[in-house]
Design a protein around this ligand. Structure first.
Ligand SMILES: N[C@@H](CCC(=O)N[C@@H](CS)C(=O)NCC(=O)O)C(=O)O
Length: 91
């Protein structure tokens, strides 16, 4: 299951919500407290980023935690391609 950590008013988060809907992936949403960000802090901060931001995605299948909308978009796209290749029939 994919968990999207988000702030409902964020257009970066909307980009990922739309991507998840479009790709038909199963996912759930966790709204974060914008000040404490306590829901995000259970995941380690990637060393190249100064602080936790949303959208952030945790994929329980792979254990990956990805922050920022563009890396998340790329990650979801490659997940969908792998899913397609795994189910495509060989002719
Ligand atoms: N470049 C990032 C920007 C993400 C971003 O700025 N998110 C804001 C919400 S719109 C945030 O989490 N701000 C909290 C903070 O900076 O402490 C992306 O594309 O996702």
């Amino acid at each position: 299951m994919i968990t999207l950590y988000e702030l409902h008013w964020s257009h970066y988060c909307e980009k990922i919500r739309l991507t998840l809907h479009y790709m038909g992936l199963e996912w759930r949403m966790v709204g974060i407290d914008a000040f404490s960000k306590r829901q995000l802090r259970e995941h380690p901060l990637p060393s190249y980023l100064p602080s936790h931001t949303v959208p952030a995605i945790h994929d329980a299948r792979t254990g990956r935690f990805v922050m920022d909308s563009t890396p998340n978009f790329v990650s979801l796209r490659s997940r969908k391609v792998r899913q397609y290749l795994a189910t495509a029939s060989v002719r």
